[in-house]
Design a protein around this ligand. Structure first.
Ligand code: KG4
Ligand code: ZN
Length: 359
């Protein structure tokens, strides 16, 4: 093992020189196996293999996710290289999502990336999944986002307000103390019998519904933290109360229920975002994470930005939900900063964003 690590380090020196690197990036933190290639800071391929196996269970089953990653990783990487018209010998580094995420899922991407980097004698770059989500804003933006940037990072596992000073220096100003926003969408959708993940379904039905038809109590958290477990319970109680008298209540009111709960969730996060702008004085705003794909959230943020004079950046839809292009973008900047990890790198299922700040 010691031999492998030192041999790897020796071989790295040979390839460290490029200021215009070509990097293969692998994402396997949850239930999507993804690979992308970035060449001189531009994404040249982006492949995602979504795991449909979880739909039947109403949520991600970690063991099934690991097995599916194992099946998908070789063809996914192969396709990403082919679409980029890049052969392994052209790569300057292999990047992978090191955390946070499910251990079994992370292990597949980590082990694959380590083996490939070692076999090719090139450096390894470990990427933080939430930092990558923030940097999705730099993939296709016609006007480059400017720092400092305040990012509402909302996914299935996290909900956080991030202050980014540059590509790599990010601080979490506030975060959820229980469920993530995407998790709230998914659990609420499950109560209505919607398939997993329910977020996109709620989004679609909400577009036809009345957002003022049902009211839900909001949990007020101190400072810039969030809480979504209360509203989820309030939603469940409302359904229980009404279905006791009318078993068809959900079917009859599906669109209004979706519109009302979505509007409330959006209110909750925009309220905190506005507070963060006032506290920091930073009015360049970005949206990131799977829930950033929500059409209601995108519209309401654009509206609020216009009223408040904020500059807003929102990733294109394929770069909101999990993908490897965002990992590649983060890897590009870590590579330029000379921030590599060794072949002894381990997955980090719990990894605070602050720990990846460069000194
Ligand atoms: O970032 P992501 O792909 O995976 C994690 O890192 O968790 O986020 C997945 C989450 C799921 O909870 C899913 O329901 C939610 O993003 N989501 C949406 C929409 N598209 C995905 N939520 C609301 N509206 C959408 N259009
Ligand atoms: Zn994610």
């Amino acid at each position: 093992m010691i031999f492998f690590i030192s041999l790897g380090a020796f071989l790295y020196l040979d390839k460290l020189s490029s200021m215009h690197p070509t990097i293969l990036a692998i994402e396997s933190s949850c239930d999507d196996t993804a690979a992308a290639v970035i060449c001189q800071g531009k994404i040249v391929s982006n492949v995602v293999a979504t795991q449909s196996v979880h739909a039947a269970y109403g949520g991600v089953v970690p063991e099934l996710a690991s097995r599916a990653h194992q099946q998908h990783i070789v063809p996914t990487v192969d396709r990403a290289l082919q679409e980029a018209q890049v052969t392994p010998d052209m790569l300057h580094a292999v990047a992978f999502t090191q955390g946070p995420g499910l251990l079994g899922s992370l292990l597949v991407g980590t082990s694959f990336a380590k083996s490939m980097a070692w076999a090719l004698g090139i450096p390894l770059v470990g990427v933080h999944h939430m930092q990558a989500h923030v940097l999705a804003n730099f993939i296709e933006s016609p006007v480059p986002a400017a720092f400092p940037l305040l990012c509402l990072n909302v996914s299935g596992g996290h909900t956080q307000l991030v202050l980014a000073q540059n590509y790599l220096d990010m601080q979490v100003l506030g975060q959820t103390q229980d469920d993530a926003m995407g998790e709230a969408f998914d659990k609420i959708g499950k109560c209505m019998g919607l398939p997993y993940p329910a977020g996109p379904h709620i989004d679609r039905y909400a577009q036809q519904g009345d957002p003022h038809r049902f009211a839900f109590p909001r949990t007020h958290m101190p400072q810039l933290d969030f809480s979504f477990s209360g509203i989820k319970t309030a939603f469940l109680y409302l359904l229980q109360k009404h279905t006791a008298h009318d078993p068809d209540f959900v079917a009859k009111h599906r669109d209004d229920l979706c519109a009302s709960i979505q509007a409330t969730l959006i209110d909750m996060v925009l309220h905190k975002l506005e507070r963060a702008v006032n506290q920091t004085g930073v009015s360049t705003i970005a949206l990131a994470g799977g829930v950033a794909a929500n059409s209601g959230l995108r519209q309401r943020l654009a509206q609020r930005a216009q009223e408040q004079g904020w500059a807003v950046f929102v990733p294109a839809l394929p770069y909101c939900t999990d993908n490897a292009a965002m990992v590649a973008m983060a890897a590009h900047h870590r590579y330029l900063a000379g921030d590599f990890c060794g072949l002894d790198a381990m997955p980090k299922p719990r990894w605070p964003l602050e720990e990846v700040r460069l000194s």
